[in-house]
Design a protein around this ligand. Sequence first.
Ligand code: SF4
Ligand code: SF4
Length: 399
Amino acid sequence: MKLEVSGNEIKVPEKNHEHVSETVMHYGTKNRYCDTDKWGLKMRDLNFDDIEEPYKCSGCGVCFLECPIYEHSPCESAGAKGKMEAMKLWDSGCIRLEDIQNIFELCTLCKRCENVCTQEIKTSKLIRNMRRYLIQNGISNQKSNEIKECMLERGHPYREENPSFKSLPEWYENKDTETALWVGCSTRHMGLLEQWLKILIGLNHRPTLLSEEKCCGSILKNMGYDDEFKNIMQKNVKDLSGFKRIITLCPSCYTTFKNEPKIKGKVMFITELLDKNKQKFHVSKSLEEPLMLFEPCHLKNYEPWMDASNVIREILEKNKIRYFMSSDLYGAKCCGGGGGMLANHSDISRNRASQLVNDAQKSYNIKTVVTMCPFCNNVFNQADNKGVKVLDLGAILCI
Ligand code: SF4
Ligand code: SF4
């Protein structure tokens, strides 16, 4: 690629992340100190807690080994290292913001690179901040905008309407006014609500379902639409006020609400409830073994203290079910769909999910993938699974 360089400005010939990556890596590594006077000027605009963060990157490249996107789109800008280089180049005025927009789209926010980063850089926070800054500067793409418009119009990001968004099951009656069940739009979209209601009734819980429930808003936050996220959160805080407990069925909703100080009730993920009652469960007889229990990033990497899969392992072992944990097979690799990737780069997300399932099938002869996250369930259901079944956790538990 021929670069046009004028002073500190680099003209990128076309909006193509591979070209930008080449630019970034060329100037990021060989000419990193091109304009030190300007370091940090733009970072301050972003309100980063630590404007030096990208400058901590040593360029070691360890993050590439973990990155699900780099694995499927092996150009350096796909991984954390390339993103740090892009930020430094932009910060020092060598490259335009609009030329690096697509680099920051390429990320599931899985935090896997953070787990191994030799400089302990909080990559996912930096990437969210960059996305927010891009949106604030009017730089976005059409697909992200469509998701945002869909959220504003319908209250969730799914284009196809699903009946469970409109009505609650006729047979279900709210009884517990102190506990709310936050269903989540992915659980509704995938038609997974009724199976969980049956489990909750089996445990003598009849929490309140909010008839006006919309999305928790995490997708807006992840894509950088901060103002819209705050508006949705304001409504959710109002709807959830007065409840002492909020049970969530989606790891992403759980993390979103747990980190919102205005929500006063105790936010719980469904496995916390299962943990207290694990002796009561057995596993569906129609389940085909062995299975792979897929651990979502929003639990494994965002809430590692919870060890949410532990309770499921105990239930599976008590029932003598043959299983593998995705972390045993791959170190908890990401499904590839989070952080807006399924919306913006569905080809990469589907390829990634297909490869995870196909590898597990070839190496371990798995017959079923069991997900603990309705969004991972959605991504795997869109993949080419070659006969491997994809089931939600709620579908295999019986009481
Ligand atoms: S957060 Fe995940 S997808 Fe994003 S750069 Fe890090 S490892 Fe790659
Ligand atoms: S692991 Fe951390 S320090 Fe090393 S290249 Fe990646 S972001 Fe930079």
